[in-house]
Write a new protein. Structure first.
Length: 267
């Protein structure tokens, strides 16, 4: 079997997921309007905070507005969770049927998430155009943009593996909403989406910088706004790749355990 024949089913899964998301046209316009409103609220919030000298060291206001806006646009992609279907399929019992198909089931969920992600990424274009009318977003040079793109992809991979692990827990608990909510809150706060990790002082700041959550938002954002110098890019991206490898290996182990659980329960 050629490589093209191997990946063809997963490309089709991604295409169907894209088509499925595109059917909700009213929701598309609602999401764009929501993003623009959130950009405006963030702008007013940070202007007020900087007016009261409540600002992170070394980040001027225009850079902070860029940080907050880009983080919000990143969330349009990173908050899409294609692995959420695992929980639903486990509860319905259809996950056993999926395991009988001649596919790698985790790759199926990844492909489905990619289709949703591509559609979500398209929302960034009109949202960004409208946001630019409200906020001046700095654009870094080509090298920084390329490093940001690479770092973003690495963060996306880490985020997918984290979501995958949270949803595979459903094989044992049937419900994962509570654990997902707690980890998502921790990821948003400790990963740098809600505010730069520079806000965390001293030892606490050093700790959150080393958590896997920082690989999802903080690293690409620091590359984008320039607080991470070019000399530090390779090491920072290597840390992201390292966390991806850790989560991918752990995810593979947990998935095998989940498969054995299905076989044992099903006889």
């Amino acid at each position: 079997m050629t490589f093209a024949e191997t990946v063809e089913p997963y490309v089709e899964f991604a295409r169907k997921a894209f088509a499925r998301e595109a059917t909700y046209r009213v929701e598309v316009f609602t999401n764009i309007g929501s993003v623009v409103l959130r950009v405006y609220v963030l702008r007013q919030l940070w202007v007020a905070l900087y007016g009261q000298n409540a600002a992170p060291a070394g980040i001027p206001l225009h850079a902070m507005l860029t940080y907050a806006t880009v983080a919000l646009l990143m969330s349009l992609v990173l908050e899409i969770d294609g692995t959420r279907a695992i929980r639903e399929k486990v509860r319905e019992g259809t996950i056993a049927t999926d395991m009988l198909k001649p596919i790698v089931v985790p790759f199926y969920f990844f492909s489905d998430g990619i289709g949703q992600t591509i559609f979500g990424a398209l929302l960034i274009v009109p949202a960004l155009v409208l946001a630019l009318l409200l906020v001046h977003v700095d654009v870094p040079g080509p090298a920084a943009l390329a490093a940001f793109a690479l770092s973003f992809l690495a963060g996306y991979a880490v985020n997918f593996c984290l979501n995958f692990l949270m949803n595979v827990v459903a094989f044992w608990t049937l419900e994962t909403f509570a654990i997902q909510l707690m980890i998502r809150w921790a990821s948003d706060l400790l990963g740098g989406q809600l505010l730069p990790l520079a806000f965390f002082p001293g030892v606490l700041g050093a700790i959150v910088q080393r958590l896997p959550f920082a690989s999802i938002y903080s690293t690409p954002l620091e590359i984008y706004i320039g607080t991470l110098p070019p000399s530090a890019w390779p090491a920072a991206i290597a840390v992201q790749v390292g966390w991806f490898a850790v989560f991918a290996i752990f995810g593979a182990i947990v998935w095998r355990a989940a498969q054995r659980r299905v076989v044992a329960q099903g006889g």
